[in-house]
Design a protein around this ligand. Structure first.
Ligand code: SF4
Length: 334
């Protein structure tokens, strides 16, 4: 099937949150003030089992999904995640990726690769330990994430993509150091504009360092040139170093919204379908699965949801929309 939404956007990418738990408390995603000791995470019984996730994934692929990205919270904290990766990797023709904070990667990289993972993205917001530990708010050191990136590369998960969320006044001074460090490594560093995902991070427009600012800062020292997108709906704007030092990307959801070509759906770990990162409502697929619906019935339900999809939050962002009761990023992954 080739279903499209009200803006004729097909469903091509599915992001699956394996868990809402994480061992970090990144200030732009899971600030401790909200996700502190008393916070109620989802119980295991409420999570989709790996078999249920794999079944839903196959249904989404039949509807047109070509790429699945496993996210969290932190997906590697869910036990035996390799088992899920093996199940998903068995779906023919699927492009299978995972996003991680890298904390468990040094230990798990080879097993993820052996299970069938094809691509990996690691979050790293600074090379400065004081800045990084302040941002992850879990005291987790830079060198361990770098060791994870090294292990992923050694396992053959190349090029590794590195995501850096940039927040003004917090890690803006780390941009150039990150660019210098990853230039020439073959890995792809992507800068992400700080976003008003959920409501926990207290987002303000003043804290956003725009894509244009970031590119200008790097270009002044390391000349860049733009690169054409490799496919419709690609999230990052691509740039390469003029001296052949490789590629970087910027994800500019705030200053250069890309909703027009958004082909992404999100499935939470408790089986709810979200049609936008900034969604305020969801559709319960787990209930359908557990009530015994057939694959065809579930596919029709998903198709029905997608056909009436009209999300384009980033294009309509305003001081009013920021206050909307949006789903937290840790619940559905980036
Ligand atoms: S804001 Fe929503 S519709 Fe726009 S690109 Fe992001 S996920 Fe897609």
């Amino acid at each position: 099937m080739n279903i499209t939404d009200t803006f004729r956007r097909p469903i091509r990418d599915l992001r699956i949150s394996a868990t809402d738990r994480c061992n970090f408390r990144c200030v732009y995603c899971m600030p401790k003030e909200v996700f502190g000791p008393g916070y109620q995470f989802l119980k295991l019984a409420n999570l989709l089992s790996y078999e249920e996730i794999a079944r839903l994934a196959a249904i989404f692929v039949d509807l047109g999904v070509q790429k699945i990205r496993l996210t969290g919270g932190e997906p590697l904290v869910r036990r035996n995640i390799e088992v899920l990766i093996e199940m998903l990797a068995a779906i023919p023709g699927l492009d299978l990726a995972l996003t991680t904070n890298g904390s468990l990667l040094e230990k798990k990289a080879q097993a993820l690769r052996d299970a069938g993972l094809q691509r990996i993205t690691v979050s790293l917001d600074s090379l400065d330990n004081a800045v990084f530990t302040a941002m992850n708010d879990a005291g987790f050191p830079v060198e361990k994430v770098l060791a994870g990136i090294g292990a992923a590369s050694a396992a053959g998960l190349n090029p590794v993509k590195i995501n850096m969320v940039v927040k003004r006044g917090v890690n803006g001074d780390s941009i150039l150091a990150m660019a210098r460090f990853f230039r020439g490594t073959g890995h792809i560093l992507r800068f992400i504009e700080y976003m008003d995902v959920g409501n926990a991070n207290g987002w303000r427009m003043d804290d956003v360092v725009t894509a244009a600012d970031i590119i200008a800062m790097i270009d002044a020292e390391l000349p860049l040139e733009p690169v054409d997108p490799s496919y419709r709906g690609e999230v990052a704007n691509r740039w390469r170093y003029r001296d052949g030092g490789g590629e970087i990307g910027v994800i500019a959801s705030v200053s250069q919204p890309f909703c027009r070509d958004c082909t992404r759906a999100r499935l939470s770990s408790e089986g709810k379908l979200y049609t936008c990162l900034f969604a305020t409502r969801a559709h319960d697929l787990k209930a359908l699965v557990r009530e015994g619906a057939s694959d065809a019935e579930i596919a029709e339900a998903i198709a029905g949801i997608w056909r009436v999809r009209d999300d384009r939050y980033s294009q309509t962002r305003s001081s009013q929309t920021v206050q909307l009761p949006k789903v937290e990023m840790s619940h559905i992954g980036g």
